[in-house]
Design a binder for this molecule. Structure first.
Ligand SMILES: NC(=O)c1ccc[n+]([C@@H]2O[C@H](COP(=O)([O-])OP(=O)(O)OC[C@H]3O[C@@H](n4cnc5c(N)ncnc54)[C@H](O)[C@@H]3O)[C@@H](O)[C@H]2O)c1
Length: 440
């Protein structure tokens, strides 16, 4: 559904009027296109404290394809390496590095602060590193003009190149609707990527709920990145499913993901195994708990959580998920913040977060597979178009970017998790919500 307010504030009279009334000023977000695959300007690489990863970080930044320029007057991206900040005093250097340059950043810019996991043995280091989280979340709320800010934690002993795919994603138009996020990397070495324009070439990806909405967009972005896609949706959605699949050269798999033999049928559709499994199918059956019949509760838990657990377990243990595989599940900010009338939905989505955090490390150790989730905020789809007008408007504006996201914003995040280069990204839940105030 069109965001008419965003259109209005894009006109001179609309901007004048809404400014005078003190209303939100959403900046149009620049997303990835073939013609504009990168940020529009140079990158500034700054350091606070004594960093042990300066050279490694410089290599990863060079790999983004952006020009790194220490004198950039109008940087599109700013990366502050704060891994060496180990005390409250050291935070002075964070201010000193960013204060002079933050105003000069180009609209739609990216700020990425690099930290390291807070220590359980050194409470001064832990305080300083945790401080970076509050800092970045506040910066995301105040920079405006479509810019974003994130914190990436790189552990000591990280493998060379471990952070590269994450920096590529965050320092690009692909992360347009991601802000105020903390991403904690592991020490795992990235799997090699032969062609950065087609990182999923030769890989097979299954996407559930792919007939429409976010799932169709995920299928499309994974196909763009070179994957052969198997698009799954309920048999009732077959027409839309086949249309989506035909457009992408994908295979259509009409199947209800709650069917007892779902995993076996997925395995049969992927004789060479699966490299990427995206659990996107989801439903809502909203009612307050006092009015909610057991069947509405059970349907939501079954589609959104139980089928995700069952199929993941079966596809992992049967070896259908190849080594180096990626599981990406779909949570929601409702699963983080809770939502009136959505006890069933929020429980299912919080359950997805529990699954990801618990299984991620074990799946990596035992199967070489990562498990992550996206947690979308307000995304413009049929699901949110059905929300009553005033609640819809509130949902759109109550975030740092003052607008709803698009399905492609979620899809780009899924594609980043799915990359071979993202082996160090595991057990993470990335909110794709424009830094929604809900559950912040
Ligand atoms: N749209 C949002 O703002 C938003 C926000 C947070 C989370 N999400 C989550 O993102 C995912 C996609 O949302 P959307 O807005 O694109 O929804 P949508 O309703 O437009 O699409 C969901 C798709 O899943 C399919 N599906 C439902 N039950 C299925 C089953 N049993 N087996 C196979 N396929 C099934 C549907 O047929 C449909 O094609 C869902 O998990 C949803 O909970 C969406």
């Amino acid at each position: 559904m069109a965001d008419r307010y965003l259109h209005l504030t894009g006109t001179a009279p609309g901007r004048f009027l809404t400014r005078r009334l003190g209303l939100p000023q959403p900046a149009p977000l620049r997303r990835w296109t073939l013609e504009t695959p990168r940020l529009d300007g140079p990158l500034l690489h700054l350091t606070a404290g004594d960093s042990a990863i300066t050279d490694e970080l410089a290599k990863a930044l060079a790999a983004t394809g952006l020009t790194v320029d220490a004198q950039a007057a109008r940087p599109a991206g700013i990366v502050l390496d704060a891994t060496g900040v180990t005390s409250a005093r050291g935070l002075t250097e964070v201010h000193a590095a960013l204060h002079p340059v933050v105003r000069s950043q180009a609209p739609g810019g990216r700020i990425v602060v690099i930290g390291t996991p807070p220590s359980s043995e050194d409470h001064h280091q832990a305080a300083a590193q945790q401080a970076l989280e509050g800092f970045v979340r506040s910066l995301g709320k105040e920079i405006g003009r479509g810019s974003t800010a994130q914190l990436v934690r790189i552990p000591a002993g990280a493998a060379p190149g471990a952070a590269e795919s994450t920096l590529r994603f965050l320092l690009s138009p692909r992360s347009a609707y991601v802000s105020g996020q903390v991403i904690e990397l592991t020490t795992a070495a990235p799997d090699p990527v032969a062609d950065q324009d087609a990182p999923l070439a030769g890989r097979t990806a299954l996407v559930t709920g792919a007939a429409r909405g976010i799932g169709a967009s995920v299928a499309s972005v994974l196909a763009r990145d070179g994957a052969h896609v198997i698009a799954l949706d309920v048999p009732q959605a077959q027409d839309d499913l086949v249309r989506t699949a035909d457009r992408l050269g994908a295979t259509a798999l009409p199947l209800d993901i709650t069917a007892p033999d779902a995993a076996a049928r997925i395995a049969a559709a992927a004789p060479d195994g699966l490299d990427v499994l995206v659990h996107n199918a989801g439903i809502t059956r909203d009612r307050r708990l006092a009015n909610m019949p057991a069947d509405r509760w059970a349907q939501v838990i079954d589609v959104n959580l139980d089928s995700v657990l069952r199929t993941t377990d079966e596809l992992l243990t049967s070896g259908t998920l190849n080594r180096g595989g990626r599981v990406v599940a779909t949570a929601s900010i409702a699963g983080i913040a809770g939502n009136n009338g959505q006890t069933n939905y929020a429980a299912s989505k919080a359950g997805v977060i529990g699954l990801v955090r618990s299984l991620g490390p074990r799946a990596a150790a035992e199967h070489g597979v990562t498990v992550n989730a996206v947690a979308p905020g307000f995304i413009e789809t049929k699901m949110t178009a059905a929300v009553p007008l005033f609640i819809r408007e509130a949902g759109r504006r109550m975030n740092s970017l003052s607008q709803g996201g698009l399905p492609v914003d979620v899809a780009e995040a899924v594609a980043w998790f799915a990359q071979p280069g993202s082996a160090a990204v595991n057990g993470q839940v990335l909110r794709v919500c424009g830094q929604s105030l809900l559950g912040a």
